[in-house]
Ligand binder design. Structure first.
Ligand SMILES: C[S@@+](CC[C@H](N)C(=O)[O-])C[C@H]1O[C@@H](n2cnc3c(N)ncnc32)[C@H](O)[C@@H]1O
Length: 199
């Protein structure tokens, strides 16, 4: 059984796979910290799901979770990606009864998707440039006061400063619970943030 979660832009197959190992562990650490009971029947939204890597990580950790993955499936950040391949991966992993996909941009999220207990996203928002702030707003509309948004993403250049600027730009809507960081090179860092709506 070969499950292929794809090769990230500017990366090799081996680099993408080893990055996913590290990211998987960071997300699992975050799931343990937020304290949602492992066996709760939660609704999860995976924003920019690609070929379903993070949808799988969530569905594997929360065995009763139902996951909706959304993606445009046409971005160059994950070449060769398609909704059919994502579905095929979930069938191979035998979680296709709990993970579904929809072709939808994060910028077109509407409240009729309903509320999610958990929203996750990996390596997506930085692709949107300034529009990422619009994406944060759209995501906030499908969360309630108990929901969490766990976002893993890249920051470049003066990454700590860039990260702090982003956090201050979203702080009218979101409250940062905690963050974790891995430095990938001298000019790139991966940040995992755990956010809740500001009340
Ligand atoms: C680097 S890939 C990461 C895929 C997946 N999250 C993972 O961890 O393997 C970035 C993904 O973001 C998606 N994406 C880019 N812009 C998007 C948008 N406006 N709405 C939804 N997804 C988007 C791309 O299609 C791509 O699948």
């Amino acid at each position: 059984m070969t499950v292929d979660f794809g090769i990230y832009h500017h990366s090799t197959k081996e680099e993408s796979e080893s990055l996913r190992k590290v990211i998987r562990q960071l997300f699992i650490n975050a799931f343990m910290k937020i304290g949602i009971h492992k066996y709760r029947e939660i609704r999860v939204l995976d924003v920019g799901c690609g070929l379903g890597f993070l949808s799988y990580v969530v569905a594997d950790y929360f065995p009763r979770a139902r996951v909706l993955g959304i993606d445009t499936f046409e971005d160059s950040s994950l070449p060769g990606s398609s909704i059919e391949k994502a579905k095929e991966n979930m069938c191979k992993l035998k979680i296709d009864n709990r993970v579904t996909f929809k072709s939808l941009s994060v910028l077109d999220i509407t409240p009729d998707l309903g509320y999610f207990d958990l929203v996750v996203s990996n390596l997506v928002l930085h692709n949107l440039g300034e529009k990422r702030f619009e994406a944060y707003e759209k995501i906030s509309k499908v969360m309630d006061n108990n929901s969490f948004f766990i976002n893993g993403d890249l920051f470049m250049g003066e990454f700590e400063k860039m990260f702090q600027i982003d956090m201050s730009r979203i702080n009218k809507t979101f409250q940062l619970q905690y963050y974790d960081k891995i430095k990938l090179s001298s000019s790139i860092a991966y940040y995992l943030t755990v956010l809740k709506l500001k009340v």
